[in-house]
Structures are given as C-alpha cells and as structure tokens.
Design a protein around this ligand. Sequence first.
Ligand SMILES: Nc1ncnc2c1ncn2[C@@H]1O[C@H](COP(=O)(O)OP(=O)(O)O)[C@@H](O)[C@H]1O
Ligand SMILES: [Mg+2]
Length: 291
Amino acid sequence: MTTTTSFDNEAASSPTMPVVQLDDVGKSYGNVQALRGVSLSVRQGEITCVLGDNGAGKSTLIKVIAGLHEHSDGVLTVNGEERRFKSPRESLDSGIATVYQDLALAPLMSVWRNFFLGNELTGRFGTLDATKMKRIATEELTKMGISIPNLEQPVGMLSGGQRQCIAIARAIHFGAKVLILDEPTAALGVKQSGVVLKYIVKARDAGLGVVFITHNPHHAYLVGNHFVVLKLGRVALDTHRADITLEQLTNEMAGGSELEALSHELRDIDAGAVVRPSGRPAQIQSPLEST
Ligand SMILES: Nc1ncnc2c1ncn2[C@@H]1O[C@H](COP(=O)(O)OP(=O)(O)O)[C@@H](O)[C@H]1O
Ligand SMILES: [Mg+2]
C-alpha cells in the first residue's frame, strides 16, 4: 500500500472523467426494488452529497459501490472500467474506502491498531511493527489536526466524531481515491458534526472523490459540490452547487408538494392550541399496584 495519495490512472485524473459512475443501476431484494435506474457520477476533488429520506435507497446505493451487495441491473464503472464487486475487498482494492456509521472501527482495539486495521506493518520476522505503526498513526493524525492524547486508548472510548475522523484520516493515508461516508453526522451534535464536516473537506482537498450520504440538507450544503436526491430508489434531483440554493435543496428534501398535501390534510387542526386536562384524572396504575 502506498502512503500517499497517488493518481496513477491518467484517465481518472482528468477533471471530466468520473472515478465512479453508475448507469441505470437497479437493485432488488426479492420483491423490494430498493434502487431503480440510478445514474450518478462521482468525481475526484469533489464532494457528492447523496440525500434522501429513510428508505430512499441511500445505504443500498453505497453497498453496491462498496461491494457488499451486487447490483441487479445497470452498469457500475470505476476508473472507466466496468466492475461487479463480489466482496468489500474488491471495492477497497480499487481505491474505494467506505466508512459505515457503526462498523467503521473495532471498538476494543487501540487507536493505532485501528488506523492500520487490515494494512498492518510487519517487521523482519513477520511480527507486528508496533513502534512504527504508532509513530505513523501519530504523525498522520497530527497532520490532519486530530489530537488524540493516547493512541493506546481503545477506539470505543472516543467520541463518535473522533471515530469518524480517524476513519477519514486512514482512508486518506492509505491512498483511497474515493471515500464513501454513510450518514457520518447523523448521531452527532452540532459541534462534532462541524469537526467531521471539516475532515470531509480535507479529504476533498487531498483529491479524493467524496460521497457524503446524509438526510440533512444543511450539512450537505455546507460542504457539497454536487447534490443527488434519492426518492423511493430513484434519482429525484441531480444538480451542482451553482444551480441550487440551500432553500431549494431543503424544500426538495422536505418534499415541497408532499408538504403542501400534508398541510391540506391537517388544515382543520388547531395547531398550537394548549389543551387543559378536563374531567376526571386518568386512572393510571403503577406496575407495582397491578401485581
Ligand atoms: N437487505 C435488505 N433486504 C430487503 N430489503 C431491504 C434490504 N436493505 C434495504 N431494503 C429495503 O430497500 C429500501 C431502501 O433501503 P435503504 O437503502 O436502507 O434506504 P436508506 O439508507 O435511504 O434509508 C427500503 O425499502 C428497505 O426496506
Ligand atoms: Mg441508510
């Protein structure tokens, strides 16, 4: 594995050539059609945000790119070559690093072991070179401005934001060309989300093609170059930053027309009314009394 981000594939380094491309991709799980006719381009040095409500097909989309599930229809191209990944390893070997919300790191292992997970450095006799791994992990995390005082600490003791940052730093260090992040800010508070968004931008600055999955249009608009909205497994919108405002993106996500229909449906309710309890108080039995 290289320790720098190298772009040896000349075709992929051209600004017009997507590093990952999906053409008319479909995925069904039995009777459930999770993705239909999805076309999407991911370019290096850009952040592509994939937005959509729960069940829109976001995770399915990344599972296809990450080699967890094979697509049922259409074509997946990586560096201009058609691919059909049979395992996550195949996707990783072609330069695609995927950070899952929960599975990103091994919680009981130390920070430095996690940094090198699957790419361990060994010494002359095949034993792990702990000293060197610790040194490199420290250097790389420091370079990215991630300060973790004790690299012997198990990753499970870190905050969700710190874990996401380590996973991002690791992908950059091991020369990934594409970084996929599935809802990295979903479980985080405002401050930690900000930190993770900052590292998403660092990955872009290192030349990676970033796919940022989120259902939060505000987070997407803070960093994104390219926005794709999925609805019920289809691409409902595919646009670039210059062509959309945050308001439009938020409206698209909230489902402007659906929201209108909903407010029509609820027109007779007296929103904001404060209702005083009336009549007899409810007879609520405590579980102890009922036994
Ligand atoms: N392994 C699976 N088996 C059956 N149905 C699935 C599976 N994974 C996802 N689905 C279905 O596919 C649709 C899209 O799900 P998913 O990709 O997880 O959406 P999102 O990540 O946008 O919430 C949903 O209807 C979901 O129930
Ligand atoms: Mg999901």
